[in-house]
Write a protein that binds this ligand. Structure first.
Ligand SMILES: *[C@@H]1O[C@H](CO)[C@@H](O)[C@H](O)[C@H]1NC(C)=O
Ligand SMILES: *[C@@H]1O[C@H](CO)[C@@H](O)[C@H](O)[C@H]1NC(C)=O
Ligand SMILES: *[C@@H]1O[C@H](CO)[C@@H](O)[C@H](O)[C@H]1NC(C)=O
Length: 383
C-alpha cells in the first residue's frame, strides 16, 4: 500500500483507469471480499460428493490429480471465477471437513433444479437441494456463522468464518436451470415444457430477492447453456433427422427451450433491477459462449464437439465415466478417460472438460457477453 492512505490510492487507481479506458468503463474494481454460489453440477465443488456417494476417479485427474467433488477433469467455471476475483476456490456448504468459509461458500449441488423436483436422486440423479433449499441453507449459514463468530474465543476460531459485514459486499453467483429443462424433457416435449418456464424463472428471481433482503447487492447470473448440445442426447438417439438439428449439430427443440428460458430470464432481470434499487444484477450469456465453442470446436483447437473424453462409448454401448459395466463383447470394461482431455469439449457426455470451462470463462468473465457489459471484477456497480 506504500505511504498513501486507502482513499488516496483508490483515487489514483480510479483516475488511471479512467484515463486508459475512457469514461464508459471507468468503474473501479469491486474488491469482493467473498462470493456465494448457487447452482447445479456446472458449479458444484463438492456438495453432492459430501452428501451422497463421492464422485470417482478419473474425475479431477487433470488439475487436482484426484476426485474433488467436481464433475469435470479439472476446474469449473466457478473456479475460474474464484481465480479472477483473487479468492480461494469455494468449498461446499455441505462439506464439513476442514472447511474454511472465510471468503464464501458454495450451495450448488450436482443435479439441482430451480423448481421443486418430483424425481429422486436415485432415478436420474436429480438433487433434493433445489434452489429454495439452497436458499434455506444460505439463510441458516448466515445466521449460524454470525452466532459462531460472536462466540469465537480467538482469532483462529474466527479465521474460518465469514465476516458478517462482508455479506453485503460479496458477489452472489448463479448457474442453474439446465436440470429443470432436462428433467422436463423426460416427461414432455420441449414445446410442452415452455409454458412452465416463466414460473421457473420467477423462482430464480425470488432467490435473488431473498438475498437482497439479507443484504446482498451484487449478483452475477449465468443463463442456461445449450442443453441440446450435450453428447448424452445422442447416446441412445442414434439417428436424429437432419431437421432435428441446429447449425451446431445439436437438438434444435431442446436448444430452443433453453433460449426461451434465457429470454424470459433476461426480461425478468430487467424488472428485478427496477424492483431492487440498490442491486447490481449482471446477466451473463453463457449459452452464447458454449454454443460458439461447440460450433467452432476445431477452429478453437478442440476435437469434434460430440467426442466424449471419459467413459466407454463403443457402438452405442455406454459405460459411464468412472464406472464399470459390460462392453460390446459382454466383458467387463471400465469407463476410463481419453489420452488428452485438454482437446475434448465434453468430459463425460454431460459435463465440460476443464479446457472447455477455461475457454468459456475467458469469454464471459471480461464482460463481453454480459448485460450490462461489465467484467466480473466490476459487477458491484449498478448501470
Ligand atoms: C412430475 O411432474 C410432472 C409435471 O408436473 C408430471 O407430469 C409427472 O407425472 C410427475 N411425476 C411424478 C413422479 O410425480
Ligand atoms: C470384441 O471382440 C472382437 C472379437 O474377439 C474383437 O475383434 C473386437 O476388437 C472386440 N471389440 C471391443 C470393442 O473390445
Ligand atoms: C473478452 O475476451 C474475449 C476472448 O479472449 C475477446 O474476444 C473479447 O474481445 C474480450 N472482450 C473485452 C470486452 O475485453
Amino acid at each position: 500500500m506504500g505511504s498513501c492512505g486507502v482513499l488516496a490510492c483508490g483515487f489514483t487507481v480510479f483516475v488511471a483507469l479512467w484515463v486508459v479506458r475512457g469514461a464508459v468503463e471507468a468503474s473501479p474494481p469491486c474488491d469482493f471480499p467473498a462470493f456465494y454460489n448457487f447452482g447445479d453440477s456446472n458449479s458444484d465443488t463438492g456438495g453432492i460428493s459430501a452428501a451422497f456417494d463421492a464422485i470417482r476417479a478419473p474425475y479431477g485427474e487433470s488439475f487436482f490429480h484426484k476426485p474433488v467433488g467436481r464433475d469435470s477433469d479439472g476446474r469449473l467455471i466457478v473456479d475460474f471465477i474464484a481465480e479472477q476475483l483473487k479468492l480461494p476456490y469455494l468449498s461446499a456448504y455441505l462439506d464439513s471437513l476442514g472447511t474454511s468459509y472465510r471468503h464464501g461458500a458454495n450451495f450448488a449441488t450436482g443435479g439441482s433444479t430451480i423448481g421443486k423436483p418430483n424425481e429422486t436422486i436415485y432415478q436420474y440423479g436429480i438433487s433434493p437441494f433445489y434452489l429454495e433449499m439452497q436458499m434455506a441453507q444460505f439463510n441458516q449459514f448466515k445466521q449460524r456463522t454470525a452466532d459462531l463468530y460472536a462466540q469465537a474465543k480467538n482469532p483462529w476460531e474466527r479465521s474460518k468464518l465469514p465476516v458478517q459485514e462482508e455479506f453485503s459486499r460479496a458477489l452472489y453467483t448463479f448457474d442453474i436451470g439446465q436440470n429443470d429443462l432436462s428433467m422436463g424433457f423426460r416427461k414432455m416435449t420441449p414445446d410442452q415444457l415452455k409454458p412452465s418456464l416463466p414460473d421457473i424463472v420467477n423462482q430464480l428471481a425470488s432467490a435473488v430477492q431473498n438475498i437482497y433482503k439479507k443484504g446482498g447487492r451484487s449478483f452475477w447470473i449465468h443463463n442456461t447453456g445449450p442443453v441440446g448440445c450435450l453428447p448424452v442426447n445422442f447416446f441412445y438417439n442414434h439417428n436424429p433427422l437432419p431437421g432435428d438439428l441446429d447449425e451446431g449439430g445439436c437438438l434444435k427443440s431442446q436448444n430452443e427451450a433453453a433460449m426461451e428460458f434465457n429470454r424470459i430470464l433476461k426480461e425478468r432481470i430487467v424488472k428485478l433491477r427496477s424492483k431492487l434499487p440498490q442491486a447490481a444484477i449482471t446477466y451473463v450469456d453463457v449459452y452464447a459462449a458454449k454454443f460458439e465453442l461447440i460450433s467452432n470446436a476445431k477452429r478453437e483447437g478442440f476435437t469434434d464437439s460430440m467426442t466424449v473424453c471419459c467413459g466407454y462409448h463403443v457402438d452405442y454401448t455406454h459405460v459411464w465415466c468412472g464406472f464399470k459395466g459390460l462392453g460390446v463383447n459382454k466383458t467387463e470394461v471400465f469407463g476410463s478417460s481419453c489420452k488428452n482431455p485438454g482437446t475434448s469439449i465434453s468430459w463425460d457426455g454431460v459435463h465440460y472438460t476443464e479446457g472447455a470451462n477455461r475457454w468459456v470463462a475467458s469469454r464471459i468473465l471480461n464482460g463481453s457477453l454480459s448485460d450490462p457489459p461489465i467484467p466480473i471484477t466490476q459487477a458491484c456497480h449498478r448501470h
